[in-house]
Design a protein around this ligand. Structure first.
Ligand code: CA
Length: 382
């Protein structure tokens, strides 16, 4: 079977089945009840790691336990069907409690496009961009699992540079196609996490949709950055792909100029060859390539902690919108419609600049032979 969810993948999540909450791995078109499987085929790891109520205990357990659980699963699933439940009998849930949420801005193409749209007469990249991974702290409590309805946000917006602010539902609701990195092992406040310690702390990746109200954002973001234009919702895919499943798709960064400062350097700076698709109402509107990103996830983690800020189990940090060099690789509608000025056409003949009520957006991705869990959301009217 080639579902993208074979023994080389085995992402983790939380589901409910017949009213029961289960910490699970996804294998082909089934979910594996990890505690039930361990009862019939002892895993050798502390049972509390798989006992839930979510992925928190597994995330906190660290890389040696992650490797032990993965090799136990790969061996056991190859010879037993114990603990398996058909995928269509379960409902996916939030896989872990998000501790802190940070979002970066690591795509050179996205940052350049946004600069050209908002500051057409100036240099597209601000002076800091090539020296540090720009980011901000977001709202952890509104990170929601795939399938959660997205109610159109409302707020202040200004119709034009000379207009008066008005209040109402956003008229420029957008998406941002991103990867999210899930932190397992915490760090000590006051101590920086080195870039080469990435795999000691980060458990895996999820697909992330950073819903964005461009009109609210444009009016509020100077001088302190994103606030209510972003904090109403961020959706993630329900299956967390462990880093161990992505070893074969590690890919060198496109190249950094100038050379970053020492704390951002690693021996082999790398991202991942993960290919995303953005689907609006069934039409593929973009194919963003993660391999085109400028800053690596290890560099983002080093920057996030270099001032002494500590990590907690369940921290989540987003890559920033993934946009490649081509028009068809742009990871936001802001870019696809060039600031709302160039509508694009869906397969049914309708056109969009930003999202309409009832629109459904799916972000999905493949990485070599594996398929990441997809993240979906539908816009509900205010
Ligand atoms: Ca973002």
């Amino acid at each position: 079977m080639t579902t993208g969810f074979g023994l080389d993948h085995l992402p983790y999540g939380v589901v409910t089945h017949q009213g029961r909450r289960i910490v699970a791995a996804r294998f082909e078109d089934t979910v594996v009840d990890l505690a039930a499987l361990a009862a019939s085929a002892p895993s050798g790891v502390d049972p509390s790691v798989l006992a839930g109520p979510d992925l928190g205990p597994l995330l906190a357990a660290g890389p040696r336990v992650w490797a032990d659980v993965r090799s136990w699963l790969q061996e056991t699933l190859a010879g037993s069907s114990a603990g398996r439940i058909p995928l269509d009998e379960v409902e996916v849930r939030m896989p872990f409690a998000v501790a802190d949420y940070v979002d970066f801005y690591a795509s050179l193409h996205h940052a350049s496009n946004v600069g050209r749209i908002f500051r057409p007469d100036a240099e597209p990249l601000l002076p800091n961009w090539r020296h540090l991974p720009v980011g901000y702290h977001g709202r952890a409590g509104t990170v929601v699992p795939s399938g959660t309805p997205i109610v159109r946000p409302q707020g202040q917006r200004r119709p034009g540079p000379d207009g008066q602010p008005a209040f109402g539902p956003s008229q420029a609701l957008d998406i941002e196609a991103e990867l999210g990195f899930v932190v397992g092992v915490p760090s000590t406040m006051g101590q920086a996490v080195k870039a080469d310690a990435f795999a000691d702390h980060v458990f895996g990746v999820t697909l992330l949709n950073d819903w964005s109200a461009r009109d609210i954002q444009a009016w509020e973001y100077v001088p302190l950055g994103p606030f209510l234009g972003k904090s109403f919702a961020t959706s993630i895919s329900p299956w967390i792909t462990p880093l161990a499943a992505l070893t074969d798709v590690r890919a060198p960064l496109p190249g950094q100029d100038p050379e970053p400062l020492d704390y951002l350097r690693v021996a082999e700076p790398a991202g991942y060859a993960i290919d995303l698709e953005v689907v609006v109402n069934g039409s593929v509107v973009s194919r963003p390539p993660y391999a085109s990103m400028y800053w690596s996830p290890a560099q983002m983690l080093a920057h996030l902690t270099v001032n002494g800020a500590s990590l907690r189990t369940g921290d989540l940090y987003g890559s920033g919108t993934i946009s490649g060099p081509e028009v068809g690789q742009r990871g936001s509608l802001l870019e696809l419609s060039w600031g709302g000025t160039e509508p694009f056409t869906l397969d049914d003949g309708s056109t969009r600049t930003y999202l309409q009520d009832g629109d459904t957006v799916i972000i999905r991705a493949t990485a070599g032979s594996i398929t990441l869990g997809e993240v979906e959301g539908t816009i509900h009217p205010r």
